[in-house]
Design a protein around this ligand. Structure first.
Ligand SMILES: [Zn+2]
Length: 416
């Protein structure tokens, strides 16, 4: 069960100046900024994944392009391993079907996708799929008497596109004798249709398949799908779960022999989740919000409308930062720190989650964690404030997640 980290170019400036909130003077984004695997001695993941949809390579223009046009060119020129400076695990490529879900057909052709994987030097490449958002087991049973569970033309078309592309993809890989290992993607709407799609891929000759469309589904539904597919194709075929973010529920999937799964969730939760921002072995903590008074929209509005004076806001911000840093050193009390946090945050937010702040501050987990981020950035790791703190916390989460996965593998005698 390998954890494959889906990259979105989230890097950190290793010498960021937290006290002055400034980048290091010798920073050259692409050269001096670091990826998670360059920060930690112990692996933060088993492999990486790049989604084609995140590239600005002139083929398809979607709203979210984590890779600029220049980076996309360089990726192809240097190859994925040199670009990511990652030589410690395998690199997967997929098309990022979510990024083009609104289109009738995928924007990438099969032949051109094979060239892309091959040119970039991926270890594994996924067939060109088209996402199906509908999923319900009642599509298998209720279609006759409930119109809600009739398979629509669009669903069937996407299923057919995914399967036809997988057929063409494998053929093309064989003809060209490619260096990467092809993976066939399953997209379907019910246990039975998942089974049929997986069975077809195996019949085509795939020995590694990937299950798509899991992102919006809860762990029960994911398990229903995985169980159905294993029931159909047995346990010899390798299985990858695309965008599988069930961090705390991995144990129930051990029995299905999951070869690999990709996720970006441990990193993203650090700054996108409303509560669960900082991973510890037994629980998730909420990061402490002390946003910059210069850049916080809600605060800027209050300043410009005269509700609050800018100097007062800056003073309260500094007080909150000083208090939390002094608390870390043992120089001030938890109560005083919470007071300062509350005073500042109340300017721009009605409800301050003081109980959750109390929880993380009293745990002092950042002092106990042995990862390189917590050891070097200390209390700054748990402050919700600009990308260099927020991403560091995300890096810590990846590291912590991988440690838990390794424990799980050890406990179940799984090699990887
Ligand atoms: Zn840590």
């Amino acid at each position: 069960m390998k954890f494959i980290f889906a990259d979105a170019q989230d890097t950190i400036d290793p010498n960021y100046d937290f006290l002055n909130d400034e980048f290091s003077s010798d920073r050259v984004l692409q050269r001096t900024d670091k990826y998670p695997h360059e920060i930690f001695k112990k692996k933060p993941y088993d492999g990486m994944l790049i989604s084609r949809g995140l590239l600005d390579d002139g083929v398809y223009k979607s709203s979210s392009k984590a890779y600029s046009a220049a980076q996309s060119r360089r990726l192809r020129l240097q190859g994925v391993k040199n670009f990511l400076r990652y030589f410690d695990g395998e690199i997967f490529g997929d098309n990022g079907a979510f990024s083009y879900h609104k289109l009738d057909e995928p924007p990438y052709s099969v032949a051109e996708t094979v060239d892309f994987y091959e040119d970039c030097g991926f270890d594994y490449g996924m067939s060109v799929d088209h996402i199906i958002f509908e999923y319900d087991k009642r599509f298998d049973t209720d279609a006759e008497f409930d119109d809600n569970f009739k398979v629509t033309e669009t669903m069937q078309k996407r299923y057919d596109i995914t399967l036809n592309n997988a057929k063409e993809f494998l053929h093309e890989c064989r003809v060209q004798n490619v260096n990467f290992h092809p993976i066939g993607v399953v997209q379907a709407w019910s246990p039975q249709s998942m089974k049929s799609a997986a069975k077809s891929l195996v019949a085509l000759g795939y020995d590694y398949i990937a299950i798509g469309g899991l992102v919006p589904l809860d762990a029960n539904l994911c398990e229903e799908i995985v169980a159905a597919i294993r029931d159909e194709i047995g346990f010899e075929i390798k299985m990858h779960l695309l965008g599988f973010a069930k961090a705390k529920q991995l144990e129930r999937f051990v029995k299905y022999k999951i070869t690999s799964f990709d996720s970006t969730s441990p990193l993203i939760k650090a700054f996108k989740d409303s509560k669960n921002n900082y991973f510890a072995p037994t629980k998730y903590y909420t990061a402490v919000r002390i946003p910059s008074s210069d850049t916080t929209a809600a605060l800027k509005r209050k300043i410009s409308s005269g509700v609050i004076n800018q100097n007062t806001a800056q003073k309260m911000e500094q007080q909150a930062l000083n208090a939390i840093r002094e608390y870390d050193k043992g120089n001030t009390t938890l109560e005083y720190t919470l007071q300062c946090l509350k005073a500042y945050e109340r300017i721009f937010r009605d409800k301050v989650p003081l109980d959750r702040y109390k929880d993380i501050l009293s745990s002092k987990y950042w002092q106990k964690c042995t990862c390189e981020v917590c050891q070097s950035a200390k209390i700054e790791t748990i402050i919700f404030r600009n990308s260099n703190r927020n991403r560091r916390r995300g890096f810590h989460n990846l590291w912590q997640f991988q440690r838990e996965l390794e424990e799980l593998r050890k406990g179940h005698n799984i090699k990887c």
